[in-house]
Design a binder for this molecule. Sequence first.
Ligand code: GLU
Length: 221
Amino acid sequence: MCGIYGYIGKLNAIDEVYKGLKLLQYRGYDSCGIAYYTKNALKIVKAVGALENLEKPNIKCNIAFGHTRWATNGEVNLKNTHPHISYDKAFTVVHNGIIDNADTLKRALKKSGVKFYSNTDTEVIANLLTSIKGDSDNKVKNLFNQLEGSFALIIGCVDKTIYLVKKFSPLNLLVSDDGIYISSDISSLPSGNLYSLQDYDIIKIKDNIVTNLNGNSITYT
Ligand code: GLU
């Protein structure tokens, strides 16, 4: 089933994520996508079907994250392919898992005027982040109060802050001399210092500094 892969560091992030997603292919997927930061913007490429269908951008950047999807909510098509962006473009999300109360949350968001472009539960997470009050840390923390179900998330903000969030779906962080790697599957990671996120962990990565917002320490193995 599906996968998440991310990279922050001095190597070409798009290449690292593409290679990582290839290593996750054995799990099966129906579509794929990568978000990457250029100097001034966050951009996205997506494709239905195999990774080979993805038009890999020929630019060098230092932060990227990607997804291989196994559709659970919403049919297989380009609109439903991850990454998903909040309606105000502030948050970009890849997600493994299923949000059980997505329909209820979506109805409430729609009532308050939020427009949706996909049929996924994942877009609900992105739009929920925008609608929750407070700064980004508070918004992300609040997800645990609102979302029912399973979720491993990478959330990218416009200021290049990256959040990793985990509940009932695996997510791992690896720090090496080459940079910071993120994967839903340990077997796809290179060697380095590994931390497997615990349920309710929120890892924040900003300017290469890694912190755990839930108060637990990050103990690498
Ligand atoms: N529930 C999400 C979707 O259908 C994520 C599925 C997955 O884990 O790939 O888009």
